[in-house]
Each structure stands twice: as structure tokens, then as C-alpha cells.
Design a protein around this ligand. Structure first.
Ligand code: FES
Ligand SMILES: [Fe+2]
Length: 333
């Protein structure tokens, strides 16, 4: 090789060499029972399906994540949402209390999302002014709402009730950001995507430089992942994935920078073949600079949302493909 070509190659190698940043991790320990072999062998469809079946059997309490809490402002125009085939109207009273109810006025059926919120926290029908609230009217009644500070959840029937949605432990005072994406699939396809971490470095090479599953015990997937921060900068953390309920899967950073941070992915059925992916990132850090990050949260939020959205472009495609395959909706030009 000529000296110039050699110098060019050396320079290219230097520029593209990964630069690890962040806290060093202890030597990785792979559980004896952890899957072996290339990623495509480890990503055993039977094992993923069995883990999915166990997740789907968990109690959900009838709770469904709707969107970020901050998307519903006190006293603002009511919002229409569809959850599990039901049309609901959501609103917040002037005191900040969230409410949800069927989006059909009990008088003549007007959509209440076209109405307004009055000073007493009731939704006022746009057609003839009937004010409706927690007291209900005839067979029109509010449904339970849970505001966990980051997400809004509504409780519908069809499952044994729980007093609150099944959520994982969350970090104290995190920087939080929420995205909501619509996918042509069922919730199980979204959960199945996250129960397959082996696709990470292959399908999202722009985000993950390396990903290794270290353990799969008790339906908790433990992995070491090197993610790309910017250019050649890479940060490696240990993380787990687990399902606290049938429509939720959570990634928790357990070691490395940002330990204690979680990403909650909620899959909410809208109607058959349509699902909302509601994902909350709750970031924390014990680094001194995190207080500054917390103060700058409104500025950081768009970047966190952009990173999460980018991953979900691919993951929605994965979930939709899975849905199409299992419902035989593949084909056509
Ligand atoms: S339809 Fe709502 S008040 Fe008449
Ligand atoms: Fe993915």
C-alpha cells in the first residue's frame, strides 16, 4: 500500500474508532442459562412468544395509558380519544383534576369534545348546554382516571379492576418526555417487539453499537448495550426489560450512567388493528450536572422525544410486520 493510502486509512480508522464515555461497568457476567450463539439464534421465536404469553396473562386492572399528563391542560378544550373501541372525552377542571367519560352527550348524542369546561369543572355540551360532571346524568357516567404525574390512564371494564395501573418503580424527580405513535397492529405486537432485544444493534445501528443479552431469568431480560451518543462517542450501560402488566414493557438502566432511569412503553388498543404506543422516558443521574439538566428539562424534552421517535419508526414497522404476518394481511403490491 502506498504511503498516502496508508495514511488515509489510518486517519479513517482513528476517526471512526468508538470513543467510550461514561462510567465504566464491571466485567460482564453472562448467566449460565442465557441464550448462546449469534443474535438470530438467540432471538428464538418460541422463547419470545412464551415470554409474551406470560406478559399478556398479567393483571392490567382495566387501565390504559392515554397520553402525557401535560397534554391535558386545566380548563382547556376537552379532548376526544378512542380507547379499546370506546369514544371518550377527557378534560381537566380548573382545579387540575382530570376527568374522562363517554364522548356522547346523554341528551342527543353530541360529541362533548366540541364543548367547553365550566368554572365548576364540568364539561358543557356544545349543542344545548347540558353541564356534565362526576355526578353523571342518567346512564352517562365518568370513568376512572389516574394521573401518575407523567401519564394519564383511564380505566375501562373487561378485566378484574386494580386501584391503579401496574407501573414500575420510577426515579425521583426525573426529566421526563413522552411520545405517542399510532401503529397498525395490536398491543401484543408492540410488546413482542420489545421482548426481542436481539434486533437492537441490527435494526437500529444508528442508535446501538452493540447489544448483548446477559440473562433471561424470570422474564427479566438483562442486557449490556452500547449506544451511540454522538459521532464516535459511545456509552455502555446495563439494563433490564420486564413487563409490569399485559400492555406495558419497561427498560430500566441498572448500572452505568443514568442508573435508575426508565423507559415505559405502553401499548394501548384503540380499535381492532390500531394501537397507540405511549412511551415515557424518565431520565435520572447522580451526576452533579443533572440538577442543571432538570432545570433545562423543557429544552431537553424535544431531543429526548426525537430520539425515542426515531427508534419507533423502525419498531412500528417491526410491530406492523408482525401483525400482518400473524393475521395473514401480507401481500398485494
Ligand atoms: S345534545 Fe347535549 S345538550 Fe343536547
Ligand atoms: Fe427496536
Amino acid at each position: 500500500m502506498k504511503p498516502l493510502a496508508r495514511a488515509r486509512r489510518a486517519l479513517a480508522t482513528t476517526l471512526t474508532r468508538p470513543i467510550p464515555i461514561g462510567r465504566p461497568l464491571p466485567p460482564k457476567e453472562r448467566a449460565a442459562a442465557a441464550p448462546r450463539g449469534p443474535d438470530w439464534v438467540q432471538a428464538d421465536p418460541d422463547r419470545i412468544d412464551a415470554a409474551l404469553a406470560r406478559a399478556l396473562a398479567l393483571p392490567g386492572g382495566g387501565w390504559y395509558a392515554v397520553d402525557a399528563s401535560r397534554t391535558l391542560r386545566a380548563g382547556a378544550t376537552p379532548r376526544r380519544v378512542v380507547v379499546a373501541g370506546r369514544e371518550l372525552v377527557l378534560w381537566r377542571g380548573p382545579d387540575g383534576a382530570p376527568h374522562a367519560a363517554p364522548d356522547a352527550c346523554p341528551h342527543m348524542g353530541a360529541s362533548l369534545s366540541g364543548g367547553r369546561v365550566d368554572a365548576e369543572g364540568r364539561v358543557v355540551c356544545p349543542w344545548h348546554g347540558l353541564a356534565l360532571g362526576e355526578r353523571g346524568f342518567r346512564d352517562w357516567a365518568c370513568v376512572p382516571v389516574h394521573d401518575d404525574g407523567v401519564l394519564l390512564h383511564v380505566q375501562l371494564g373487561g378485566e378484574p379492576a386494580l386501584p391503579a395501573p401496574p407501573l414500575p418503580p420510577r426515579p425521583a424527580r426525573p426529566v421526563d418526555a413522552v411520545i405517542r405513535k399510532i401503529a397498525r397492529c395490536e398491543p401484543e405486537d408492540v410488546i413482542a417487539n420489545r421482548l426481542d432485544p436481539w434486533h437492537g444493534a441490527h435494526f437500529h445501528p444508528y442508535s446501538f453499537a452493540a447489544l448483548e443479552v446477559l440473562d433471561t431469568t424470570d422474564d427479566v431480560l438483562t442486557l449490556r448495550v452500547a449506544y451511540r451518543v454522538a459521532g464516535p462517542l459511545q456509552m455502555t450501560v446495563d439494563a433490564t426489560f420486564h413487563c409490569p402488566g399485559p400492555r406495558t414493557i419497561v427498560m430500566t438502566i441498572i448500572d452505568g450512567d443514568g442508573a435508575g432511569s426508565v423507559v415505559e412503553t405502553h401499548a394501548t388498543p384503540l380499535e381492532p388493528g390500531r394501537t397507540a404506543v405511549v412511551e415515557a422516558t424518565l431520565a435520572t443521574s447522580d451526576r452533579a450536572g443533572f440538577a442543571v439538566a432538570r432545570a433545562l428539562a423543557p429544552l431537553l424534552r424535544p431531543a429526548i422525544r426525537a430520539a425515542a421517535s426515531r427508534l419507533w419508526v423502525d419498531d412500528v414497522a417491526y410491530a406492523e410486520r408482525r401483525y400482518a404476518l400473524r393475521t395473514q394481511r401480507v401481500g398485494g403490491q
